[in-house]
Design a protein around this ligand. Structure first.
Ligand code: PEP
Ligand code: MG
Length: 570
């Protein structure tokens, strides 16, 4: 079941309850404008123009007044809360399919006319200023209830969303909805959109190229997130096979659930810390339920996204961080300072307008923060204040230069001084740096001079070591976590921290990948941070592992030309 339209260049977002009338007005104004345009064209037709041309314009005028088009668009806006463009293209696809099914060739060909008419309306809508803010942008994503999503006769049919692209902020909004799966045309496995999808523990396939064009509204689709495969209109045999797989998966989950309270120890008694990655304070519930012993990565930028640039003030941030801290009931929470930029734009329009050629190499993360000291100081004060309520680690993303480190330290001191001057209570924090740029991994001594702990962001470390845009599906086959250079940087970081008695964890997607657990253990890693949904499967690997035996094997893998081959055969 498909609920997104296949149009690549059309925005998809949910609108607020009280904005449906505005959205209908947007469509009406644009439709009327197109009707006027066509009427004018008709009037201006030269006398000797072919008769077919006038007839064609008549057809277009007729289609513009088609009751099924008008009432359908209203339905999607009012009942499903789709934005105008999404509603229009969704209804177009439904009618287009009816044209496809027509026996009469002349009528079948009218589909092209309908498409042109819809194109015209869409073009007009681009010019008609939107009187509404997209819900995702306003940061007030409407909570979708079962009723909202399953309004019509599809009540017990799971819905999947297939779209050209979804921003991480969109995904976050969908977190509250009931979609059973996602697929997007663009994106890599560790793009932030994929990361949020994974945190929802539902099947997702990203980088499916032209899926949104090929799959039509109301098609049946199987999304096999493990294999990265989409199956459209599956045969009964395939359906049965996937039904079986689903039940097996459910049984496996139930079995893993029994490990929830089992201490995370290797066979040879090594304790391994399993932490959670979260995007919002509410995610702590899932973290605690999965048995996480703390939050290893709170991606604070999700508090900043989808708000039309109006950033959260100190009080709002303080409340959010405090909520996360309280949600962990005394367990440590690692709050990463904002990592905006690259594939995490502040809002979707900012992405569209981003003219930088290489945003992943641009003003992102700590660079963005240091470029706006008042914004950064606001966040630092909020984190320090929240630290009065529990154990907090403050983690800084994407550092590479000594000057950046020193500026960051001085701003942290500045934030403390302001709180002191105002008599505002705050708590102690341990300071950590993310190792996600090769330059950082190659200057560990500098980092360890300033920081209490390090956290390896493998998603970016791989991207920057191999020069592979993690969000670009065209080069996703080259995005290789097992590349010897990547493994070498990870191994050296763990070893150097060990040597200096400093804490080190991995918080990239690699930490939650059960295929990598034994290698990371062998390299000496004892702290893994991942989505709560991955914790028990990784714990199972740990319980079965003998860390002392894994060490020499890991050294072999590290020395190998082709580590992936050794890993697979182990
Ligand atoms: C990483 O780069 O591995 C990481 C954890 O940070 P993010 O995925 O948010 O860039
Ligand atoms: Mg990163």
């Amino acid at each position: 079941m498909l609920v997104a339209s296949s149009r690549a260049d059309v925005a998809h977002y949910f609108i607020e309850d009280d904005k449906t009338a505005d959205e209908i007005t947007r469509v009406r104004i644009s439709r009327n404008a197109v009707m006027e345009e066509i009427t004018r064209l008709q009037q201006d037709l030269p006398k000797d123009a072919p008769h077919e041309l006038a007839a064609l314009l008549d057809v277009h005028l007729m289609l513009l007044q088609d009751e099924q088009l008008i009432s359908g668009v209203k339905h999607w806006i009012v009942d499903r809360h789709y934005n105008a463009e999404w509603a229009l293209t969704t209804q177009y696809e439904i009618i287009a399919r009816q044209f496809d099914d027509m026996e009469d060739e002349y009528l079948r060909e009218r589909k092209a006319d309908l498409e042109q008419v819809v194109e015209r309306i869409l073009r007009h809508m681009k010019g008609v200023a939107s009187p509404v803010q997209p819900a995702a942008q306003a940061g007030a994503g409407r909570k979708l209830s079962q009723q909202d999503l399953l309004l019509d006769d599809t009540t017990d049919v799971p819905l999947v969303l297939v779209a050209h692209d979804l921003s991480p902020a969109d995904m976050l909004q969908f977190k509250q909805s009931l979609f059973a799966g996602f697929a997007t045309d663009v994106g890599g496995k560790t793009s932030h959109t994929a990361i949020v999808a994974r945190s929802m523990d539902i099947p997702a396939v990203v980088g499916a190229r032209s899926a949104s064009q090929l799959i039509k509204q109301d098609d049946w689709v199987i999304i096999d997130g493990d294999a990265g495969v989409l199956i459209v209109d599956p045969s009964p045999i395939i359906l049965a096979e996937y039904g079986f797989k689903q039940r097996q998966g459910e049984l496996e989950r139930q079995r893993l659930n029994r490990l929830k309270n089992t201490p995370s120890l290797t066979i040879d008694g090594q304790r391994v810390e399993l932490l959670a990655n979260i995007e919002m304070p509410e995610d702590t519930l899932g973290a605690v339920t999965a048995g996480a012993v703390g939050v290893g990565l709170f991606r604070s930028e999700f508090l900043f996204m989808g708000r039309s640039g109006k950033l959260p003030d100190e009080e709002e941030q303080y409340q959010a961080y405090r909520k996360a801290i309280e949600g962990m009931h005394g367990l440590p929470v690692t709050i990463r300072t904002v990592d905006i930029g690259s594939d995490k734009p502040l809002d979707r329009h900012a992405k569209a307008q981003d003219t930088h050629l290489n945003p992943a190499l641009g003003l992102r993360a700590i660079r963005w923060s240091l470029a706006d000291p008042p914004m950064f100081l606001t966040q630092l004060r909020a984190i320090l204040r929240a630290a009065a309520h529990g154990q907090v680690n403050l983690l800084v993303p994407m550092l590479a230069h000594a000057t950046e480190i020193r500026q960051t330290m001085s701003l942290i001191d500045h934030a403390r001084a302001t709180l002191d001057n105002n008599g505002t209570p705050y708590g102690p924090v341990r300071l950590g740096a993310m190792i996600e740029i090769p330059a950082a991994a190659l200057t560990l001594k500098l980092f360890l001079k300033y920081f209490d702990f390090l956290s390896i962001g493998t998603n970016d470390l791989i991207q920057y070591t191999l020069a592979i845009d993690r969000a670009d599906e065209a080069v996703s086959h080259l995005y290789d976590p097992c590349h010897p250079a990547v493994l070498r940087l990870i191994a050296d970081t763990i070893a150097e921290c060990d040597a200096q008695g400093k804490g080190v964890s991995v918080c990239g997607e690699m930490a939650g990948d059960v295929g990598m657990t034994r290698l990371l253990l062998g390299l000496g890693l004892r702290s893994f941070s991942m989505h709560p949904s991955q914790i028990l499967a990784v714990k199972q690997q740990i319980l079965r592992a003998d860390a002392s035996k894994l060490q020499p094997w890991a050294a072999q893998v590290l020395a190998s030309e082709d580590p992936a081959v050794l890993l697979q055969s182990a």
